[in-house]
Write a protein that binds this ligand. Sequence first.
Ligand code: NAI
Ligand code: AKG
Length: 332
Amino acid sequence: MLEPIKVVVTGAAGQIAYSLLYQIGKGDVFGQDQPIIMHLLDIPMMMGVLEGVVMEMMDCALPLVRGIVPTADPAVGFADVEAAFLVGAMPRKEGMERKDLLSANVKIFKVQGQALDKHAKKTVKVLVVGNPANTNALICSKYAPSIPKENFTAMTRLDQNRAQAQIAARLSVGIESVRNVLIWGNHSSTQYPDARHALVKKGAEEVKVSDALPDTAWLQDQFITTVQKRGAAVIAARKMSSAMSAAKAAGDHMRDWWLGTSDGSFVSMGVISDGSYNAPADVVFSFPVSIKNKQWTIVQGLPIDDFSRGKIEQTGQELVEERQEALSVCED
Ligand SMILES: NC(=O)C1=CN([C@@H]2O[C@H](COP(=O)(O)OP(=O)(O)OC[C@H]3O[C@@H](n4cnc5c(N)ncnc54)[C@H](O)[C@@H]3O)[C@@H](O)[C@H]2O)C=CC1
Ligand SMILES: O=C(O)CCC(=O)C(=O)O
């Protein structure tokens, strides 16, 4: 058995955390041999609710959970953590775009960046879930200058999972038969879900999704818009934003970062852009990445046609605009 690691979940009294904490505690994210001390951070007025979550965590009787620290103090929440799930932020309501949350939420990520800088391990892996996730991750990193920029990522894994599920359903195959479906850009309605590089198992063989599903009209239209608008569709139906699927995606993202991806497979993560694929540099942009030894690398050399180039440009432009707005909010 390994030494315990400290893992923080912010927004710990909220709906995503309610599903996420169990996954982490039962070993689905960091592995079955990795004990965990869970730091649960929320705001002072939620401490009563958080007490109930702590009782439930205890009552789950999870052998890997070696300690639970509920707190409203970021200095305690972020102390010596090796992994951080930054979930705590306001969710959007029906009719809003995620970027409408920017002015309310971005300041949370400034403060948490400063706290991570002071209190977390310098190797901490940070996953930002709270929306607008890409720009919040950028701001968090800016205010944590002693931690490498590569350690701050934003979640587009829910979009990837949604896209993979749409393709699998359309082909009537199991979800595990489909891989390398990508999300480019922003976790917003400009994101570009891309099945051009995706593969599907057909018997003993693996073939391109575009060959198994020669329906370009669907792939270039309904597939993309369904994934782009899925968050809004869930809100319209549930009157609350996605939580179970968001928690699953957060676990998937961190697990792959911690334990690595298999050869030839890639996953989508919002990471600091170096300008690959003509995306704007210095925004947090979702790229295909492969991961080894807890380090992600942007997968290079995928062929990009004019259709994809236009979509990448559009979502990149939105991220540049969000960056500008976020920086001015933080300077106020
Ligand atoms: N990137 C993605 O794919 C997804 C992102 N989200 C986003 O995740 C965020 C959380 O969603 P839910 O859990 O459904 O919301 P929720 O409202 O159920 O829970 C949010 C929790 O965060 C807490 N919180 C607020 N400010 C905080 C702070 N400064 N420090 C610590 N905790 C704080 C609140 O008190 C609350 O308990 C939202 O911004 C939502 O839009 C949701 C689904 C998917
Ligand atoms: O704002 C939303 O769309 C709800 C949460 C979310 O980001 C999503 O479901 O993708």
